[in-house]
Ligand binder design. Structure first.
Ligand code: F6P
Length: 349
């Protein structure tokens, strides 16, 4: 199914001025943290407060620790001043978690009861696939408005061209590879750099393209050790002294260490080292691209609940803000970054 068909055009930045439109809106972050979650929280609080051109006067309540905090009623009212300075802060001031209890129907029924008893009108959830599936399932037992915002470094969601956090994680990966290149160049060697992205090769591919890596291995394309060794031999013959390969953590062959062992056994002509970047990629100051995306999507999420929308994720596709039903977001993952892989090949000669 093409993305174009599953998205509904969404009119963002609603200009609603009528009185009596005030809502009580909960906001939470769930799953892996991503740089840009904080600017998104700031945008939600400020857009709900009383932005220029609208008069929502909402009561925004931060919910600590994601769905787990919802079940424990960890609430924190947030005013415009409380979110000052958040544009440049990584992580999430609301903290995050992965909650087993919420995955069970009993957990969600409890969450619905809590939202009802505390008179919430709407809930905005920031996170990845698990967060959005949770939001979809909650919508079956709670009649408030629920809008999701895509926040994950993995960039693996349908319904948006980019997720909040991806661009910063690419920058972090590129900075790490640039440093490794100095050492690889000084010692005539090869680094195999494992990056995050359990179900999606976007981080590995984009980092490789931006950092000038010769090779990238992603889960969407089966890893062929013999073919890689052939390429390495050609690189050696052509006089390439250093090589850097990124590997997505979800690669079919395994991570950086498995690939290193495989290449060694198959006769790699380079001395090799493996590096796993891991959680380094999840933190850090959000880059301008993530701050801007987070702000746009946060404001749009507030507008969406005021427009009566529910059960949808706000995203940006081809420069347009769109809403996509949760069921169409969680149904699958975006296609692999084949175009980027082709570009890497074309410049790795
Ligand atoms: O979902 C984002 C992500 O960074 C994945 O790429 C990675 O596999 C996972 O989180 C790691 O999660 P945890 O922090 O629970 O180990």
């Amino acid at each position: 199914m093409g993305l174009g068909r599953i998205i509904a055009r969404f009119q963002p930045f609603a200009r609603r001025t009528e009185k009596g439109n005030k809502m009580k809106i909960g906001v939470l972050c769930s799953g892996g943290d991503a740089p840009g979650m904080n600017p998104c929280i700031r945008a939600i609080v400020r857009a709900g407060a009383q932005s220029v051109g609208v008069d929502y006067r909402d009561e925004i309540v931060g919910i600590y620790h994601g769905y787990r905090g919802l079940l424990n009623e960890e609430f924190l009212p947030l005013g415009a001043r409380e979110v000052s300075g958040l544009t440049s802060r990584g992580g999430s001031i609301l903290y995050s978690s992965r909650c087993k209890e919420f995955e069970a129907p009993e957990g969600r029924a409890k969450a619905a009861e809590i939202l009802k008893r505390n008179k919430f009108d709407a809930l905005i959830t920031i996170g990845g696939n698990g967060t959005l599936s949770g939001a979809r399932d909650l919508g079956e037992v709670w009649d408030g408005k629920i809008i999701g915002v895509p926040g994950t470094i993995d960039n693996d969601l349908l319904g948006t061209d980019m997720t909040i956090g991806f661009q910063t994680a690419v920058q972090t990966g590129v900075e790490a590879v640039d440093k490794l290149r100095d050492t690889a160049g000084s010692h005539d060697m090869m680094f195999i750099v494992e990056v995050m992205g359990r179900l999606c090769g976007d981080l590995a591919a984009y980092i490789a393209l931006a950092a000038g890596c010769e090779l990238a291995e992603i889960r969407e394309i089966p890893t062929n050790i013999d073919a890689i060794v052939e390429k390495l031999k050609t690189f050696k013959e052509k006089g390439k002294r250093s090589i850097i390969m990124t590997v997505a953590e979800g690669d079919d062959y395994g991570g950086a260490y498995e690939i290193l062992n495989g290449l060694k056994a198959a006769g790699s002509p380079y001395e090799m080292r493996a590096v796993v970047l891991g959680h380094v990629q999840r933190g850090g100051v959000p880059c301008p691209g993530d701050r801007i995306l987070a702000t746009k999507l946060g404001i749009s999420a507030v507008d969406a609940v005021h427009l009566g929308e529910t059960g949808k994720m706000v995203g940006e596709v081809n420069g347009k803000l769109v809403l996509t039903p949760f069921k169409d977001v969680v149904v699958g993952r975006r296609e692999g970054p084949m175009d980027v892989m082709t570009l890497i090949d074309r410049v790795s000669v």
